[in-house]
Design a binder for this molecule. Structure first.
Ligand SMILES: [Zn+2]
Ligand SMILES: [Zn+2]
Length: 106
């Protein structure tokens, strides 16, 4: 899969499309009982991201739990690529989105 980085200008943004793209392209890899890593391309700038998700904490908080038992986890781009206009101390391209974790992984 090509993961060429797209040097778009920094912009804090989110859309249903980002969440959809992340759902299609992110892989969930369990690293330990308490967390897994969501791995895939940023839906905006296409940088490869590995984002740890603490599943037990997510479940305990009950944040964004859906009727189906799935959980929505907010994530944002943390790439180290160049994005024009990025404020000092920020990282990524500004994209954020919700990744849905199926009930059986949390
Ligand atoms: Zn980027
Ligand atoms: Zn990005």
């Amino acid at each position: 899969m090509s993961t060429a980085h797209d040097p778009v200008s920094y912009e804090e943004s989110s859309s249903q499309e980002y969440s959809q793209r992340a759902a299609d392209r992110f892989e969930l890899v369990r690293h330990a009982r308490r967390y897994l890593v969501a791995s895939g391309p940023c839906p905006r700038c296409n940088a490869h991201l590995d984002i740890p998700v603490v599943t037990e904490a997510v479940r305990r908080l009950g944040n964004g739990a859906l009727a189906s038992g799935a959980t929505e986890v907010p994530m944002y781009c943390v790439c180290e690529g160049e994005h024009q206009g990025r404020p000092d101390g920020e990282e990524g391209c500004g994209a954020y989105w919700l990744l849905v974790l199926p009930a059986d992984v949390t």
